[in-house]
Design a protein. Sequence first.
Length: 437
Amino acid sequence: MTSKVLKTFEKSHFVSELDSSSTDEIVTLTGFVHRKREHGGVIFIIFRDSTGTVQVAGHRKQISPAAFEAMQQVTLESSIRVTGKVFVDKRAPTGIEIHVTSFEIVSLADPEWPLEKDAGDAFLYDKRHLYIRSPSQTAIMQIKAEISRAAHLHLDNEGFTEIFPPILVSASVEGGATLFPLKYFGRTAYLSQSAQLYEEAAICGLEKVYLIAPSFRAEKHRTRRHLTEFWHLEAELTFATHDDIMGVEERLVHAICKHIKSKCKRQLSLLDVKIKVPSLPFKRITYDEAIEIAATQGFKVSWGEDFGREVERAISRQFKEPFFIKGYPTAARSFYHLPDPDRPEVTLSSDLIAPAGFGELTSGGQRIHDLDQLMERIKEQALDPSSYSWYLELREFGLPPHAGFGMGLERCLVWLLGLKHIREACLFPRTPSRLRP
């Protein structure tokens, strides 16, 4: 059964479209040689395209000498076009086999394929441009695409409008120490850490906005969780409170999990991953309660400190589903977070924590909408008000209470799939030590 998905180069089917109902059909496939062996006058090739693998078989006595010779000559990772009849064969790896009637080498690969089974991680990332062909890496990238698709579908359905803010900016959002500076016509510009300030401008016209765009952090962390460039899902809505934005976050994460479980069965099976859709609503605990939980795990946290990685992991191990930690100290949060009117030493902000030792998944909260209060916070953090003149001006012209959050797509993907390192969640990862390929 074929779909309406675009097909080129005379392709009639993708591998994923082949099943027992395709028996006796003549199909044309385009893709790559994944594996190859010859036995008793029959050449078996594991054929691979973006949707999976299938075995194709060429019998010396049943195909033309030119086609059989091409099958003998073809090397691993060569691109090929194959035409043949579909058979059900339980001996084949997927239960389906294509008996070749026509075989064409589209582009012959060098016989010395450099990626061995025992290749180390550093080598595989040096050869990332080749490594991403592997079925496991393809599956990871396809699931990442579906996370983005799920976010778009869900937020669109909630009435959000996608926006496209600038990447080149003139001031920091998350602290100047993590900015990437660059020369900009005689001035200094920076790569965006977050589009939040632009979202806050956009909501007065659009009310509810979101984006998925690159963000950059010049952090020298060499951990399994940090990148210098990542894809950032951010959302902001006006006439909203901290409770409102936590609701948006938990519904979004729930929708993403549900979408991936439903739409990525083949990829999840290949990766041997099972997705559990978390129950709504997510549990909420306070920063103070989180300190108490940390203490039961042997960690002493002084009030006012942000949680370090190990403390956060220890807290998250006490939960089986995502949960919020809310009420972070004002001194530990960025200048734009709104202090709680009933308890000014803490903010109306929260982190959504993934369970079982993972840690932070999203971060959000209510923003300061009063001009005088924002000016005070900017001065407290020794920032230059002139760098935020347009952002401050929003408060002079009726900016209402509003709230927002951000989530890294890569971090979400690492959590869903249980990946060992965040590099695995990137097509071409960028870290302090890696700028190529």
